[in-house]
Design a protein. Sequence first.
Length: 217
Amino acid sequence: MNTLVIGIAGGTGSGKTTLTRALTDAFPGKTSVIYHDNYYRAFPDLTYEERKRINWDSPDVFDTALMAAQLRKLISGQAIESPIYDYSIYNPSDQTEHIEPADVVIVEGILIFADPTICSLLDIKLFVDTDADVRILRRIKRDVIDRGRTLESVEKQYLETVKPMHELYVEPSKHNADIIVPEGGRNLVALDMLIHRIAGQIGTVPAPITERVPEGA
């Protein structure tokens, strides 16, 4: 297959998923997505309380080698069984997600541009750049409402690991991007340019722009 591989990185709550959804909506049936967050390592020898205390914002907790191997399979035209991470137990789920190869493969993750191997497999690298205040508010909403965590635990994690790791790894990785996209999928000018660039490469007509921009961050 002549697969176009697009990496979408950026800080927590920056709008990576909104941009990912906008691109998949523009090319229905022609995209597959893999998420770095699904490749957190398992820690079977640790208790639940011990796993909660792990720095989940460090590159060391990801099985990025497995992700790279599965991405290579998709690029070569082979389907994969992607792991699924269960945030409620801080461990991978027993389930997997079947992902078929596609004309466009999107790789999404906070830290993907900090890994040279992943970067080498990406044809287009997009960094979603959003103000820190907006990002933390989105993170609080997601973790409290969607993942059932307390406001206190979200605040503690942000100050102890999320913010320091962002400054140490995520922000510097911006320099590996080909394009910096302020506000992600809500940036209609950048989105339109990206979609037409992708459409020209894979030889298809994208969906109308009014159908592309989903709700959410």
